[in-house]
Design a protein around this ligand. Sequence first.
Ligand code: HSE
Length: 418
Amino acid sequence: MEAHKQLTIGLFGFGVVGEGLYKVLQQTPSLKASIRRVCVKNPEKPRNAPSELFTTDRDLLLNDPEINVIVEVINETEAAREIVTRALRNGKDVVSASKKMLAENFPELLRLQAETGRSLLYEASACASIPVIRNLEEYYDNDLLHGIRGIVNGSTNFILTRMFEDRLDFRSALLLAQQLGFAESDPALDVEGWDATNKWSLLLAHAYGIVEHPSRIIRGGIDRIALGDAVVAKEKGMSIKLVAQAQKLDNGRVAAFVLPQFVRQDDHLSFVRNEYNGVVIESGFADKQFFYGKGAGSFPTASAVLSDIAALRYQYRYEYKKKYHHEALALTDDFHLRVYVSMDNGTPLPKQHFEALEEWHSDADRKYIVGILPFRSLRASDWWRRDGISLILMPDPMVESMELMRLKKLSLELAGVS
Ligand code: HSE
């Protein structure tokens, strides 16, 4: 086995993450990794690095036999796919932070890794500085992993923190997240939950061997959360977070979704503020473990890219153990959720979607209900995505079938709610 090989890097992208990596590598001479060339889109932009490093010609990197590692941290999904594909085919190892590209092209990228025998690492693509992919891949056996839940998008968590703690309005909080380099260039990817869902689909592959297109994961964002919801959260002594969740059910399948959720003060995730991310792992014997760290920003993201580069020195590759060495699991829609739905007073209560009702309330502006929904109703219809409606999961939202029967009986007397 080739030990500690010299790494000569071709870097694509010199934005928030690319420049961060350049600086971090300068401060890590022991790594024996050097950037030979950087490919950028706009050659005119002034940059804090020698101009001779830069080119706009991809081929100068992809066809350079001296370059053995391509690091790709660009914004454009299709360009990123082409670069990663060509780099692997040209016999280079690749480090990528393009979560959208990775999540949307996962089966093809799995095939390419197997065909070429090269390594494709992407720790920076989920939770930035938290080494969650390598931990899920290496440490947790599928049988022991009961569930994972996390805050995996820094921008939305930053926005929610600033709105609820500093009373900043949504637009100003988003602008601040953009200025600090946390937000995607299209902020809808963050606030509508797409980015968190892309990350979740990558984590599902390493946690459970589930390879699903992100569009198959039910997703909500923070864009519909109303002021009244924040008031309800405060009254209940909770906060609202965008939570990604996956749980192994008794039927051996996995429930997974990305939706806003009320979080109790004693939940580890309530501790996660601003651009930090957090992941709670529940496993058979260890009970709960909590991973916490910065989930966005230049150096936190560059630190994960750096760690992947370091791992390439000893030819580290993901083995996708849960997919190839275990019985890979599948997603299921066969479960129920306890949800809170608030809506404008003009909107009728969507009672017909609920199997049990637990609470309802109205004030001058809005009304809300809490009840139990079959998860498949969220996939079957988009009533909960309509204007003026906000759907937030209650804490511990998964409802077991025995509890559901009890709740159905109790809610009979609420059937007259209008
Ligand atoms: N926009 C992303 C986030 C960047 O806010 O989490 C890090 O992936």
